[in-house]
Design a protein around this ligand. Structure first.
Ligand code: ZN
Length: 459
């Protein structure tokens, strides 16, 4: 049986409290054998290396492998809850490579309509790929209202009950920026509609500004602000080709058709989750928050576990995002903090919403972290952990648990998320001097990623 050990690292076992300043993690086959809280001498290391692969963890922090419970495009199946055409297998693998380099050992693809056969096509990738299901009639109806081009007969025939029986770990994502007037509309559908009508190209944050002026935060045509719409048209260089009413109608025609069905699917998904006692991942945003609160009150103490995704969503005002998260936590909902705007690149490409991340992180109401897709510019979970620890919003064990043990708990995964004997030997090793940097990733005791940058060691 192949044996390994990570030695002389700081170790986070995953209980949300403990940090072992220096310890060794012993591995047998693909499982954790044990954790020993002491420093090994050079002689002991040499002795160990005679019958184990040894990874020197000096200057590193060993966490349980990161579980990214909200990702898109990691499986060659219908993309997003709007069911755009699937990414190629090569593209899905490339996305998995990026997640691996960001320290992820388990990913949950929440596009919603992918099938196990499609996930199987990338199952040889080191990252463990799990599926969530949104195979619900009204979720399909919402997808058809905006896209739906990625749905085959097999996708349409599948049911959420069947998918849960075939291993899906949650319902989700229920709702999406594409079907509920969020990022997917800002970076995809509204720009497409404007280009079709005017030949002009707009950036995501320009589309967002026009959307908010035309429909308000809760997608209400009655919230149309003519003066603000005129100003935005001026600012983004469209005033010569669109008047405010034309802009309102164009935005409404892109955003509104899927909304009723998308929200109705929240109730359908809640019923399936209650019946199966499983997790359900809801798209949390200004247009959908009231529906999630209603579902949470209705489900009360049922065995279903409700996740309010990306609760730092930019359709809220910053204050609303924090207040809504507080109310959701009070109702026992799991509150997800998405890694939006944590890098210069994602801020440049998708707009700067860092204040949303900071406000929710500082509030203490979030208990999960994930990446979502962010128009393809998603930032890694280690950036979130690093920022929360640097800012003092969480201890390292607490921040780590939000992407390890807490996630395993809400998804009912009993074989990962902590460094305990018998659990999967999935580890993410971060640099102690820069927690945003991933040094090593082990999946099933095997080194699946190694950051060859100088200054880190451990072979
Ligand atoms: Zn979403």
């Amino acid at each position: 049986m192949d044996k390994a050990a990570v030695i002389n690292a700081a170790v986070i076992p995953g209980d949300g409290e403990t940090l072992l300043p220096v310890a060794a993690v012993y591995i047998r086959g693909d499982r954790i054998e044990g954790v020993e809280a002491r420093r090994l001498s050079r002689a002991e290391r040499e002795e160990l290396a005679r019958h184990r692969r040894v990874i020197d963890g000096e200057g590193l922090v060993a966490l349980p492998g990161l579980i990214n419970h909200h990702a898109h495009g990691a499986v060659p199946g219908p993309l997003f809850p709007s069911a755009e055409p699937p990414p190629s297998e090569a593209q899905a693998r490339e996305n998995l490579d990026r997640h691996l380099a960001q320290g992820v050992t388990t990913i949950v693809n929440v596009c919603g309509f992918c099938l196990p056969e499609e996930a199987a096509r990338v199952s040889d990738h080191p990252v463990r790929v799990l599926l969530a299901t949104a195979h619900l009639p009204r979720a399909v109806e919402a997808a058809d209202a905006v896209g739906g081009r990625g749905l085959s007969a097999a996708h349409r025939a599948a049911t959420a009950d069947e998918m849960l029986a075939r291993g899906a770990v949650a319902l989700g994502e229920i709702g999406a920026g594409h079907t509920l007037g969020g990022g997917g509309q800002d970076y995809l559908y509204i720009p497409q509609a404007i280009r079709a009508a005017t030949g002009r190209t707009v950036k995501p944050e320009q589309a967002r500004a026009l959307k908010l002026a035309a429909l308000g935060r809760r997608l209400d045509p009655a919230a149309f602000d003519r003066a603000a719409t005129a100003r935005v048209l001026e600012d983004i260089g469209l005033a010569d080709v669109l008047d405010p009413e034309q802009a309102r109608d164009l935005v409404a025609a892109s955003v509104l058709p899927p909304v009723r069905a998308a929200l109705a699917a929240f109730d359908d998904a809640a019923e399936v989750a209650r019946r199966h006692g499983t997790a359900v991942i809801f798209h949390n945003s200004a247009p959908s928050a009231a529906r999630i609160l209603a579902v949470a009150r209705r489900l009360g103490k049922s065995p279903a576990r409700i996740v309010a995704a990306h609760s730092n969503h930019d359709t809220f005002s910053v204050e609303d995002s924090v207040e809504t998260a507080r109310k959701l936590r009070e109702l026992g909902v799991w509150v997800d903090l998405a890694t939006f705007s944590l890098s210069e690149r994602s801020r440049e490409r998708m707009g700067n919403f860092l204040e949303y991340f900071d406000a929710l992180a500082a509030s203490g109401s979030a208990n999960l972290i994930s990446t979502d897709y962010n128009g393809g510019y998603w930032d890694g979970i280690p950036l979130a952990i690093d920022r929360m620890v640097r800012q003092g919003w969480a201890s390292l064990p607490q921040a780590a648990a939000m992407a390890t043990a807490n996630v395993a708990g809400v998804l009912g995964l009993t074989d990962r998320g902590r460094l305990l004997p018998g659990l999967l030997a999935d580890l993410t090793l971060l640099r102690a001097d820069d927690l945003s940097r991933v040094a090593h990733v082990l999946v099933g005791g095997r080194v699946a990623f190694c950051d060859d940058a100088p200054g880190h060691h451990g072979s």
